[in-house]
Design a protein around this ligand. Sequence first.
Ligand code: NAD
Length: 491
Amino acid sequence: MDRLTHFDPAEVAVPSGHWVGGRELDDGVAALDVTRPSDGTVHARVMEAGAGVVRAAVASALAGQQAWAKLRPRERAQRMRRWADLVDRDRDRLARLEAVVSSRCFHEARGADVPAVAEWLRFYAEYADKLEGQVTASGDDRLSLVLREPYGVVGVITPWNFPLFLATWKLAPAIAAGNAVVVKASELTPWSVQALAQLATEAGLPDGVINVVHGTGPVTGQALVKDPDVAYVTFTGSTATGARIMADAAAANIKPVALELGGKSATVVHADCGELDLVADHVTWSITRNAGQLCYAGSRLVVDERVADDLLARIASRMRELVAGPTWSPGTSMPPIISERQWRRIDELVRRTVDEGASLVCGGQPSRQQAGCYYPGTILDRVQPGMTGHREEIFGPVLAVQRFGAPEDALKLANHPVYGLSAAVFTRDVNTALHAARGLKAGTVWVNRWGRTPEMMTSPFGGYGQSGFGKESGRAGIENFLRSKSVWIDL
Ligand code: NAD
């Protein structure tokens, strides 16, 4: 078997316990099955951290943060770069751990996600010794300094859809700013992040700078949010959970939160969009990447009536070519849905939208491979505002289409009443493009493309509306993890 294109899932050994203070801690209040979505097999179990384990992890982070703060910023940067080198060295192992229990295809995890993790660590390492304070206006007899200080211990809570990458988005800037972290990865995908944390210890980060605890949201996640020594919580996940976390953080001790939440992002296609095949490539990828299990998936298409039929035919033909299969197979282009529950939900939302009057252009038939759950690329045409497929984040490969006759109606249709994570617009007219860039209510707007590339790590990413607040990526991504202190000195 070619180890670089696929692997045998039964051979993937997983870490045991949690990662606390630079060692494994095998303790907890319950044992949780962790299932491979590709074939429905239970791969192994993980112990759920109760309040005791969470407390131990936070205590370890408090000590780790002090040891980390004693190092000079340049030394911290060097250790983070060493960590990135180890991620490159262990690329195959990390990609296997990622792919075995998530929906991430091994070839994408190995080719894109793990290299992006290494790059992200390097990107924020470069900030570690370049964070500057300020001297503000003051008289001759007085000096004013603004110091920038880390919060201390940051709680990091992440979802299952891009487990390694989404955790690194948060932990890399958090530690570059001088904090220590306790990460609670999704209970569905616990191990890749733990393996990443173990490499941090090998790279020379002091014990306790990176801790990982496993368990469900209501048990482990809530204990982390409510812990009085967690000074800041950064969360990526659903809008409903984000609201709960915000309330818990306020009730616990009014700690700040950053929330990266759900989306229902629109792609606007004007009649002057240029090459329809290129547009079809972007739109298809925007809703089938990771089987549509992507926060900024282009789940709504707002298209000029004049090109709609032609464009939909091209997208449908691309969707039909996708190959459903396990994440460890090199030919897979449509990976599994993360769980049977989520698979049933997708089907239910599609059916309901059709009952409400939308027309099914392609897809709509769920399938099984062993006990794994798969859903095909699906297009729902003539979706109206207020229908289920317009309102709900489906989190599957389902494209909801709205057509417009007058170009000036496009933005009204594209702006969603609830979400505003990202948007894309295809047009060759610079005025139309700039008008859309200003008028779309979303944290990121792409023109004549859809999707992030690694170089986009230089600019902020995050939502408008109920897609959240507290930007990640770019300089803003590290500013979040620092607070200012004003110092006035009478001379
Ligand atoms: P989820 O909200 O169910 O869970 C996310 C994490 O929160 C998990 O680790 C879970 O255990 C934890 N959690 C659940 N309840 C909790 C509680 N009461 N207290 C503390 N932690 C709790 O989301 P999911 O199903 O894992 O992920 C899918 C969602 O994530 C989608 O809505 C998607 O749009 C969103 N997402 C957003 C972004 C973004 O950047 N905006 C990126 C990826 C995913």
